[in-house]
Design a protein around this ligand. Sequence first.
Ligand SMILES: Nc1ncnc2c1ncn2[C@@H]1O[C@H](COP(=O)(O)OP(=O)(O)OP(=O)(O)O)[C@@H](O)[C@H]1O
Ligand SMILES: [Mg+2]
Length: 540
Amino acid sequence: MATAVPGPSPAAKLPARVGGANSSFRDKSKPMEVRLSNMTAAKAIGDAVRTSLGPKGMDKMIQTSGGEVIVTNDGATILSHLAVLHPAAKMLVDLSHAQDIEAGDGTTSVVVLCGSFLNAAEKLLEKGIHPTIIAESFLRASQKAVEYLTEISTPVDMKDRNSLLRAAATSLNSKIVSQYSSILSPIAVSAVTRLITPTSSNVDLRDIRIVKKVGGTIEDTELVEGVVLNQNAITSQSGPTRMEKAKIGLIQFQLSSPKPDMDNQIVVNDYRQMDRILKEERQYILNLCKKIKKAGCNVLLIQKSILRDAVTDMSLHFLAKLKIMVVKDVERDEVEWLAKSLGCKPVADVEQFTEDKLGTADLVEENEHAGAKVIKITGIKGGGKTVSVLCMGANNVVLEESERSLHDALCVVRCLVKKRALIAGGGAPEIHVSRQLAQYAQTLKGMEAYCFTAYAEALEVIPTTLAENAGLNPIAIVTELRNRHALGEVNAGINVRKGLISNILEEDVVQPLLVSTSAIELSTETAALLLKVDDFHLTR
Ligand SMILES: Nc1ncnc2c1ncn2[C@@H]1O[C@H](COP(=O)(O)OP(=O)(O)OP(=O)(O)O)[C@@H](O)[C@H]1O
Ligand SMILES: [Mg+2]
């Protein structure tokens, strides 16, 4: 993929040597070569993910440099793991990432579309049309395309759970975990709808925490209205693992004897002195534990420490005696989320540990869920700001893909919060827009008309690829699809299950308007950007 940028050809250099009155040398062939090299590299990326588009798309197996194996269907994930060298190819990886951030789904489509636009542009360049004209026409065509898409979209109400479920299920259709979409889509819909108010225009997906545990199957995945902890309760000193009416404290200091900053050695040769040191230590730790108890805390979350032990056997022993449930190894970056979810404040000094810093919950309980031990905190007072999803799977490969798919489904529901409109899927919108644009092109003059027609044709890559991946004859299917649309069936799409064209809404294949519009806008922008590049330099 690391296509080298070709240098000027010897023939082109000739006039420079000969010289002339106004012979400031310009190599005319270089801009074209740079452009074509960029396009070739970018199209290669499009081709790399093309086969994974749609419900019958293939999956990719990726081995990372660390030896980890990933099996995935998600465009953004595939691309983010490729070792891409060419700068233009990197732009397509970024494009997929941009779509992932903006919409979350459609990360394969966006790259496939961009590849197709570049292909169309290449043909227009061959005809001798100036790249700037192509780029500008494409951008204008994309605006038109978005208009046409908006026209055929249907508004959706966030209370209409059925529509949300259908959209989430469609995004899960094309994943490895598709047979579990009836379990995962309600989870995604409930998680997002819990966090929104009727007027909200966005959801922060960081408020939905996905906790992965190996064990059981994907069917055991569940939504917990509260907090699920990654860590387990400490039972080495037989401390409690269940606490009703919990008062939860989150501490960032250590329950062990202090250590000096420098390495040092103390030699004690008197037994009484040694005894005193041990007693001091015991007293110090006991004091800490008593102060924690005094504040009324009965569940203690302890942040991971690198300076010294966060807890010792002795402190655990005291805490168990005081009937305080202990969870250690809370990561630094979890602290903020836990504080928000539990309504507690992280405390860095024992003197500051007072009752007002504690969070309250009805129940904190560690129990076994499909073979994995998990702590759930439910009935949080003043809670409801966050939710957790406990994601289960038989092994890590399945679990990771299940999490990614769930993320896509959550993003789809979030898209509907951002822009409350749905369109059909299965290639229907692309064909509709393609036809409309082709018609519109007839009202234009000159080069622009050419460019619009080429752009319209390029959009057909989505239905073509869907048909190809489903093992159907792409030319026959797309022709029929176009005919059906010409007969006025706006929702006719490729029914990949039955291998024919049918009303795709009856198949419940719907997707958020935002996913499609953002894919078209972003991919056209990238294609236009690449078209306008005519030189390439390396900096030192
Ligand atoms: N049951 C179905 N029948 C026909 N087409 C479908 C069906 N389900 C999904 N599609 C289509 O498949 C395409 C989406 O495929 P896919 O989910 O593999 O890629 P993506 O959404 O672009 O990228 P990713 O999900 O990897 O971020 C959309 O065009 C959608 O309309
Ligand atoms: Mg998808």
